[in-house]
Every structure is written in C-alpha cells, then in structure tokens.
Design a protein around this ligand. Structure first.
Ligand code: KIV
Ligand code: ZN
Length: 521
C-alpha cells in the first residue's frame, strides 16, 4: 500500500500576519510566498482578500505569479467575502477558497449573535457559493474544539454535501489536549460520525495558547488528519499558530513513527525562518526548536565530546537538513568577489552581474568596519540592498551626527536627500540619541509620528556586530514598520525610522482606502 501523504498548508501570510503589531507589504508577502514555493509547501494561504484592498492585491499577485502550490484566500461566510476571495485567486493555476464560520455556542451566542440554525444555513449557502466558483473549497468550523460534537458533525456533513473538499478542524483558542482521549478522540469521532468525511481531506489548524499547537497537530496526524496548517516560526494571533517547521521536522525525523509522506524541501526551512523574522521584525528565540540560534549548538563539555565523536549522540537531525549553513570560509576585507559570490549562492541568493557589483561595494564598506563578515551580516546586507531597491523611497539618510552622554543633552543633526534630490539639514535634541535623530528627521520632513516600538538586535556576537533595528510608528491610527542596519546603532535607528516614515508617506498618497471587516484567529 502506498504511504499516505500529509499536505502542508502555510498560513504565515494570513494567520501569521494577524500577530499583534506586524503588517507586511505586498512585496514582502510575495517574497515569503516565493520562499514557501521553494520549500514546496502544498498550499499557501496568501491572505484574507476581503479584509483590505491591499490584502486583495497581495493575494491576487501571489495567485498570478506563484506556481506549484495551491493558493488560498480566506473568506468569512458572507457573500462579499466569498466573491472577493474568488476574484483574488481566480488567476491561480490551483485556486482555493477557504470559508470559515464559528461552530461553538460561545462564539455563536456572544460574537455572531445568531442561533444554530441560522449559522448552519450561512455555512451551507456560502460553501455552495464558493463551490459555484471553484472546485477546491475548504471549510473551517471556527472554535471547533469547544463545539457541541453533535452539532459539529451535522455542520460538517452539511458543508460536505454543499461541496467542501477539505474540512479543517480549528482549535482556534488552543484548547485541545494532545492525547488519544482528547484531540485524538475528536478526530476519531469526526471520522466515525460525519457522512462523506472519507471523501474529503481532514485538516487541523491549531493555536498555541497552552503551548500545545505542534503536539496537537502531530497527534491529529496519528488520528487521520491529512492536512496540517501552521506558520513559519509559529507566529500568529496571541501565542501564535502551530510552528510549521516543527511539524515538518517532527514528521520527517520521526517518519518511523508517523509513517506518512510530506512534500517539503526541508533545506529551505532555515531561509524561510530568517526571512519571516526579518520581514516581521519578530525575533526567533535562541532556544526555539529547529530554527533557534542554539538549536544545533552544544555547550557542555560532555555534549561537545559526544558530538565530536559522532554527531548522532546529541543531534536527532543534522543542521544541514533544515538548511542551517555550515560554512567555514571566513569573509573579511581581503575577500574577493568570487568568495562573496560563492557564499551568497550558498545562502540561496542568485544575483545578476550588475547587482553583484553593487553588493560587492556594500560588502567592502562593511568589511572595512568589521573584522569578519558572517552569514547573518550578509543576510542583513542583502536585505538592506533589497529594501532600498524596492521600498517606497521619498527621503534617504545622507548623514547623521550626534553628541551627548550621561550628563549632556542628546543632540542630533541629520542631512536627508528629499524626493527632489535636494538635501536638507536640521537638528534636534531628544531624551536620548535615537529620540534626537528621530526628532531631527521629523523636523526636516515636517511630520509627526509616534514611535510605538523600537527593537535593536545585534546581528552577530562581538563588539563590532552590526545592529539591526526595527521601528514601528503610528500615525492617524495606522502602524508602519521600518528596518535599518548599520555597525552604528544610532545610524541604523535613523535608517529604520526613515524607512517607516517613507512607508507612511507612500501610504498617505494612495490612502482613502478603508479597512474592511474583522479578522479571524
Ligand atoms: O483559528 C482559526 O479558527 C482560524 C480559522 C479561520 C481557520 O484561523
Ligand atoms: Zn487561526
């Protein structure tokens, strides 16, 4: 008998984007979608088309350009959402509409304020509507794990009759328990009590409120789920979604136990994790399984001794399997173009001759300031190159100078190049150097935004490390994220602040677009 396959649905671009405080541009979503394509996930949930015109456009661009995986858009069980979802994915070679509706009494009573019959009717009508557009329709009973089982079975059998081809059991609030008597039993009961379930794909979507999302996803596979949903780095609403890379490596490393096939190219996992972390500004904790900085580092003497003798003593999987680079060539100011190119290729970058020339210049500038240029530095450098090439740029930071100290008032002077290519200089004080730089930028541009989040991260270890800064600003109720990197963190902060301001200015130009609807978990 052929080994059964478990489909992987990545929802980083939809549920992941619902993490508090993050927002991705259409371009950033496309970049992540391309990485997910390289990773060979089966389904990319590209967004929630009806939630905003920006998301509609992002989903629709991904649907047109990303070939291979199924491209899905989420829709509430209302006509406009289903119609928009279809319009956003209709040009994909493999489109999917994903309809969701709350099945639990708690949600129906307090949120939807509708009775069971009304909700049932909505689910059926909207699945039928989606089916009128598209063969591939997923239905999710939201908060399924807190739903009366009889009602859940009835709802699922009705939506299957209406045309749903995937049924996704959503543990929306991370309430399930990963045991045979818990989530396992629910899956068993669904399979035993829902007529037609054997003809559709049974999926699970687990949240991490009790830290059990991956465990629940894996036990679900043991109990018959053949699609699992998750996000890279486990990002998502509240405590996040199941971490897709952990599910993948669980199924891959313990194939002996699960006995199922998956499609993923596991060597693309590390690149995906780094990319999502950089784009969202959400750091990956060092001890995070699979992709954390320490995931393959051995500190104690006993462990090091074992690993030197044989890596399998303390490693259940090899770092290369998840794409962690294991390169030993040191890059620095004496390195040439060929050495740099080869390392960039190892890290998955394919550059034209022209782009390589530009990157080499930036590399030399950095190598002048740093003893050793590491893979992390290169990723940041490439990110900066891409950012400056693709971001809406009204102003660039030409020069920053600051003075201060613990007894003096921090003062900064900045020179910016404006949209008309003319330079403008101004200075300001602040309650610290970063504040002074941001105030000086505000003075040149004549804007007022509130800085709501500021994160600085050393890219590598050591005193000469580059600082990577992520800043979030708020203006007129909207949030904009900016990033910048430099060996000087004050300069990096200025770059990050300006990048957020540029995004705000670009959005102002094309605004007047109201946000639509509420977002699910
Ligand atoms: O958590 C949830 O219930 C969801 C559904 C839309 C699948 O994200
Ligand atoms: Zn969710």
């Amino acid at each position: 008998m052929a080994t059964e396959k478990v489909l992987l649905l990545d929802t980083t671009l939809r549920d992941g984007e619902q993490s508090a405080g993050i927002g991705m541009t259409g371009q950033e979503k496309m970049e992540i979608a391309r990485q997910l394509q390289r990773m060979q996930v089966d389904i990319i949930e590209a967004g929630f088309a009806a939630s905003s015109p920006g998301d509609f456009e992002a989903v629709s661009n991904i649907a047109k350009e990303v070939k291979g995986p199924i491209i899905a858009s989420l829709a509430r069980a209302v006509a406009n959402d289903v119609d928009q979802a279809w319009r956003s994915v209709e040009h994909s070679e493999r489109p999917r509409i994903h309809v969701f509706l709350s099945s639990s009494e708690i949600h129906q009573m307090h949120q939807l304020r509708k009775n069971r019959e009304e909700v049932m009717e909505m689910a059926v009508t909207m699945v039928e509507r989606a089916k009128g557009y598209c063969d591939d329709v997923e239905f999710s009973p939201m908060d399924a794990t807190r739903t009366n089982p009889e009602y859940l079975f009835q709802m699922l059998s009705e939506v299957i009759k209406a045309g749903a081809t995937t049924i996704n059991i959503a543990d929306t609030v991370g309430y399930a328990i990963p045991s045979s008597a818990g989530f396992g039993q629910l899956l068993k009961d669904v399979q035993a009590n829902v007529p037609g379930i054997e003809n559709v794909v049974l999926s699970v979507h687990c949240h991490n409120d009790l830290g059990l999302a991956v465990a629940n996803s894996l036990i679900a596979v043991e109990f018959g789920a053949r699609q699992v949903e998750g996000c890279i780095n486990g990002i998502g609403e509240r405590a996040g979604n199941a971490s897709l890379e952990e599910i993948i490596m669980g199924l891959d490393t313990r194939k002996d136990h699960f006995g199922v096939e998956i499609n993923a190219d596991t060597t693309q996992i590390y690149g995906a994790s780094r990319m999502v972390s950089r784009i969202t500004g959400m750091a990956v904790q060092s001890n995070k399984a699979i992709v954390g900085e320490n995931a393959f580092r051995h500190a104690s003497g006993i462990h090091q001794d074992g690993v030197i003798k044989n890596r399998s003593t303390y490693e259940v999987m090899q770092p290369e399997r998840v794409g962690v680079p294991g390169n030993t060539l040191v890059l620095g100011k004496l390195s040439g173009r060929a050495g740099l190119q080869s390392r960039l290729e190892d890290l998955g970058y394919a550059l034209s001759r022209e782009d390589m020339t530009k990157v080499f210049e930036s590399f030399k500038e950095l190598a002048d300031k740093k003893r050793e240029v590491t893979d992390r530095d290169l990723e940041i450098l490439m990110d900066e190159e891409k950012r400056t090439a693709t971001e809406p740029i009204s102003y660039t930071l030409d020069h920053v100078q600051f003075s201060g100290g613990d007894q003096d008032i921090a003062t900064a002077t900045v020179r910016l190049i404006g949209p008309d290519q003319k330079s403008a200089t101004d200075a300001s004080t602040g309650n610290g150097p970063v504040d002074a730089v941001c105030n000086a930028i505000d003075r040149v541009i004549g804007c007022e935004c509130e800085l709501v989040d500021f994160k600085v991260q050393a890219v590598t270890e050591g005193m000469d490390s580059m600082g990577s800064v992520t800043i979030r600003i708020e203006s007129a109720g909207k949030t904009y994220t900016g990033r910048g990197a430099d060996t000087d963190i004050i300069v990096a902060s200025g770059k990050a602040y300006l990048s957020a301001v540029n995004r705000m200015l670009a959005a102002d130009e094309e605004s007047n677009i109201p946000a639509v609807g509420t977002t699910p978990d």
